[in-house]
Design a protein around this ligand. Structure first.
Ligand code: KIV
Length: 286
């Protein structure tokens, strides 16, 4: 395991003050969390995108609190020092402030995560304020918010026009005033991300496909390594094709078993000759 000290809120804010970009990826399982910890990721998001990347749904909407709890706890075990954020799934916070506080509390108590994230602007400020009052660090998510993809007209750039961009600026201020320690801007124009970052006073602004002017960057882990079969968005950079490596290995395994090349002699175990003969004698006597 790594020897790094725990990444905490003061550590993150110090990075921002020093102008050091914050590194952030999604993650949903123990072995990947272990690798992300070794790579030195500052933050890890256990996103409800796991509904698509891990569970094969077409959207994030079917994901439940129980799904999120199980995956977030696994990530925590693999990444003990990264700042782990649990993503509040659809309808775990929208119905009321009380529902939001209860589910945020579940995340903290049952997974050991460091903070939670929820989607939405000024209309969700009271949820953020309630969760923060309960002693739980909370962050917002603006721009393309996948839980509202239908209302937003699909997975597309948000805040292209001045009016819509102004609303996102106002939403960011409302979330910061409610106590959000961080806001993710997903798929908004670079200029808008720059304005919001410049205006943030006590709030970390992160970018997902929103350009370089934020305090740090987030990507979806599966997009980095060719692990999501349906599509790779333009904002994602592919750092390697793990999907291809795994597929080639799987094909080779199928071929070797079919052709009786696997298992090789060094991969299985025998009995002592005398034990074997005793066994045969016992069976003969039956
Ligand atoms: O669920 C998730 O991974 C997210 C990202 C799309 C930001 O919320």
């Amino acid at each position: 395991m790594s020897e790094r000290k725990k990444v905490t809120l003061p550590v993150l804010f110090e990075k921002v003050a020093n102008g050091e970009p914050i590194t952030w990826l999604t993650c949903y399982d123990y072995p990947t969390a272990y690798l992300q910890e070794q790579a030195g990721l500052d933050m890890i998001l256990v996103g409800d995108s796991l509904g698509m990347t891990m569970l094969g749904y077409d959207s994030t909407l079917p994901v439940t609190m129980d799904d999120m709890i199980r995956h977030t706890a696994a990530v925590r075990r693999g990444a003990p020092t990264a700042f782990v954020i649990g993503d509040m799934p659809y309808m775990s916070y929208q119905p009321s402030v009380e529902t939001a506080i209860r589910n945020a509390g579940r995340f903290m108590a049952e997974t050991g995560c460091d903070a939670i994230k929820l989607e939405g602007g000024a209309e969700m400020a009271d949820r953020i304020a309630g969760i923060v009052r309960a002693g739980i660090p909370a962050m917002g998510h603006l721009g393309l918010t996948p839980q509202s993809a239908s209302a937003l007209g699909g997975f597309r750039l948000q805040g292209k026009g001045a009016l819509q961009a102004k609303k996102i600026v106002d939403d960011a201020k409302a979330l910061e005033e409610a106590g959000a320690f961080c806001i993710l801007l997903e798929l908004v124009p670079d200029e808008l991300c720059g304005i919001i970052t410049e205006r943030a006073e006590n709030c970390i602004i992160m970018s997902l496909g929103s350009g370089p002017h934020a305090h740090g960057q987030l990507l979806i882990y599966h997009d980095l390594f060719g692990l999501y079969p349906k599509f790779t968005p333009r904002m994602a950079k592919v750092y390697g094709n793990a999907g291809e490596v795994i597929l080639n290995g799987l094909k080779q395994y199928v071929q070797e078993v079919t052709e009786k090349e696997f298992p090789e002699r060094e991969r299985y175990f025998g009995m002592k000759r005398e034990e074997y003969e005793e066994l045969l004698a016992m069976l003969d006597g039956e």
